[in-house]
Write a protein that binds this ligand. Sequence first.
Ligand SMILES: [Zn+2]
Length: 696
Amino acid sequence: MSSGHRWPATAATVLTAVLLATQPAAAGPVTAPAQAPTEAPITLAAGERALIRFQLPDEAAVDRLLASGADVAARPRAVPGAILLDVVVDDRELGALTGGGATAVQLIQRESDGARRLTESRTVAPAAADTLQFLQAYWWTTGGRTFLQTQVATTATDDPDAEITVTWRTASGATGSYPLIRFEDAGEYQYHYALPQPLPAQPVTITATSSLGGTSRAITPQAWPGSTPPALPSGYQKDFIDAYMTPADISARIRRLHRQYPALVDVIKLPNKTQGYRRTASAYLGDPAAAAVVVESVRFGDEGMNGVQVRTVDPGRPNRALGASYRDRVLTVRLATDAGGKVISSTDEVAAFITARFPQRFRAFVEVGSAGLPMPVVAPVRLDDGLEGTEVPRGPQTVQALRIGKVRDGSRPGVLAYSQEHAREWATPLVTLEFAERLLANYATDPATRELVDSTDVFIIPTVNPDGANYSFNDFNFQRKNLVNHCTGAARDPRNRDSFGVDVNRNYAVGSYFDGYVGGSPNCLSGTHAGTGELSEAESRNVVALATRYGNIRFSLNVHSYGGYFMWSPGAYKVPGRVTLPRPSIDESKFFLDSAKRIVGAIAAERGTVTWPAYTGPVADVLYSAAGNSADHLYYDLGITAWNFEVGNDRWNDATGQWEGVGFQPPFDEAQAEAQEYAGGLVELVRIARDQASQP
Ligand SMILES: [Zn+2]
């Protein structure tokens, strides 16, 4: 209810004064002209108060009105050329305002409306109860088992003790319920959810209830994804992958496809060579558990530095200064001595001396814990890069892309699929290569495939990060990043070798760590190290170069593993406040979701794997904030409709009643199945590109 009249008795006079001084005060009219001449004028009975929206002549009038103590209820959004303000006025004040140049444009609510509103409010739930709303409610059947997944939002966003339960009922009357889990992200309440729940049959009604007393409307869950791809003709060829593939295997496959289908395939060499499968050579000079200096080559180990020897010697004479020589691939450091011939060099002195004396050849730093200790005499140790792969070429690599299409002149809508930004995600190149093979192998025999390949322009980068992939295959299978080591000083310790590198998918230039977004790290040893700056890495520059050079690319899919996600922008937010990159428009969001349902349906067609509705959506909402990821760069900077797969969906274990993760390098049969189903998803993306291009 209104808290009473806040204006002084002379309000009408004051209001006239605070408005346009150039206009004479009108002589107390109680009728004001409405905004549109066809509408009835807004009038008040004598002494009646009402909430009215006014259009004011200028900002200064607003400021004066506020300063006068007027009962201003709201400041509606500005419209071009108009300043709107909602004010509680009586009949005299209404007259004064309109006489002063204001226009009453809407009578929002009369004083007498209060009693009626109060009556209406009796049907509303008690104030303590929260309001519940289903954000998602989907069911599906896979492998003979029906699942239900729900997300519910409560208005009790700040109450961590609010417990929400979903109750379901099937057509035969079976019922059950399950609790939801509160989900917060970056300190902000998002919603309550649960993993997909097994049900005996399709649910026909579900309701959510809260421990605070709230009850949702009963709703009927929708079928997910509610889309199936066109049936494949008999004789459709698939299953072209026999084993996990190293970068060398992938290069060979690219060469073979080019040779086999010369009319349909170009091979594009991307412009930025990678560092290569290489690393500097280093060794501990001394015992790292006692006192040691790390000596490292400036050049890479394969550039003649593997096997170089380093030693310290006691000169055997008094009063010698610290000295060093490098001869015949042996670095000899002669330690300093005092007047009695005792060795007196410290670790710090030796490290600094080596770095200063041979800046083109060596750098050295004190091992953590060895600072200020006497430098021991050390028998020769060999520098080594520690790389185990003997069959891997060491030099910089050219990253390759396949271009597939009948007409490859930029006139057809382009689709870009790229995989293995993250080295350890071994299944991902299998997805993109299976996809390439399907388009090419079925071209001659399947009219639908031919029509697709004739009407689109498909670009595929099977491995964005071949150096990291080689390291993952030969040295450390969980390698995620590339092999470029940006660490300085003691962080370059060889014990950190499995933590060097840049996270390629955090090195792009939109919503990056460098822009203040969450999910990338400045720490060179972090799994999400963002690099030394946006696009500091050859790998990320290559993806941007391809997407920029071929301006007909309208759609992209960034293939990662694992977890079974299908995502789009925004992919990052800032804290505090969890401020995401701009949301797509409502129309665009609908296109993202509608297309996602088609692609999820195509994935499911292969072996029934259903990507969960809760894992289908913007990256920042369904996974986490990934500052500087490639899809955000392609979407916001280049206008490409950019998606992300996380292949490798959790599998339902009926015996344990649990969802089980598959990991980065599952047994090959699982990886092969992932390649099949997600290649089917990529083919559906090409259909979407074709369909979009054919629309006006
Ligand atoms: Zn990844």
